[in-house]
Design a protein around this ligand. Sequence first.
Ligand SMILES: Nc1ncnc2c1ncn2[C@@H]1O[C@H](COP(=O)(O)OP(=O)(O)OP(=O)(O)O)[C@@H](O)[C@H]1O
Ligand SMILES: [Mg+2]
Length: 357
Amino acid sequence: MAKLELRGVNKAYGKTIAVQDINLVIEDNEFFCIFGPPSCGKTTILRLLLGLVAPDSGDILIGDKLVSEASPKDRNLAMVFQNLALFPHMTAGQNLAFPLVERKLDKAEVQARVQAVAETLHIEALLNKLPAHLSGGERQRVAVGRALVREPAAFLMDEPIAALDARLREEMRVELKRLQREMKHTLVYVTHDQEEAMAVADRMAIFEAGGIRQIGTPDQIYNHPSSRYVAELIGSPPMNFIDGSFDPSQGRFDCREFDFSMGFPGASGNGVVAASVAFRPEDIVLHDAAGGQGQIEANVYEVEPLGAFTIVDVNIGERILKVQAPGQPRYQLGQVIRLGLDPGKCHLFNAETGKVQ
Ligand SMILES: Nc1ncnc2c1ncn2[C@@H]1O[C@H](COP(=O)(O)OP(=O)(O)OP(=O)(O)O)[C@@H](O)[C@H]1O
Ligand SMILES: [Mg+2]
């Protein structure tokens, strides 16, 4: 397995900039996720790595070797495409064998490798079936298997399980993670499902409009988003934001909508700037109104009991915040409560640049 690298890579299709100034190192044996909204350039990154399109500028390296000019065949990467194209006239077994037959491996070896991959993916019973006679989940396994029979430098997977139902997706992502760890693959995995990316990635890159906004472990991305864009994208329910201004001479944020201020001694800047404070729904503690604890007074607006936890929407005037409370607390709609925020878990973003202040 190999390390993959893009250095200063740009690619446009006519006037559409697909990706710009991409600098990315994917380490050997890493499960690396590319995450971002539709059309942000995720598939383009895989196509550039695979050699299906050439960069307009910049370099692509596989295992420290420059491959920008090399044909896809010479790059030896295995890809699972976004639309899982299996050959409809071939059985699952023939589909699995295809990359090996194409490379003219001898029959016994093809047979042995197909068998081994089929066992790993628990699809031995499907080998004689045509794709049309398989369920979505089964087809997906065969498509992944067709990549696994090879011994490539790295695997590229483009939303390989996006078409499956939620329960099956959760099962498959655990299985892929386990396979990747056991077989020591370098795996570049594209998804637009933030929970999936968080669950499987060793590291991930967050894309916006063809550019990388942040690279880090799921823990770094979740707990230390470097911009409001990343903070808004990751986490469900999403982060809460309240708007106001930050005065670096005092080290204080003042909310402009209601009576609330908070110290950010670590933040810097020149002069007072428009800013937002952000905090996650699970980082708010709800207190009774009478106890005097907590910094903000609010009213209960809506309650969604979800079993293990409850989402409580609260309003402060017009502003609605989401709170994730453990268990199944009981609240009356309209009830006055107080919100406790831990300053250590609050983030301060500059309103103009969107970056951490
Ligand atoms: N062959 C092409 N010709 C012209 N424009 C293209 C081509 N391929 C991609 N694009 C454009 O480049 C941009 C990035 O496309 P890309 O397929 O990489 O996005 P993506 O992040 O994979 O999106 P999705 O989540 O919808 O799969 C889009 O604006 C798209 O319209
Ligand atoms: Mg895509």
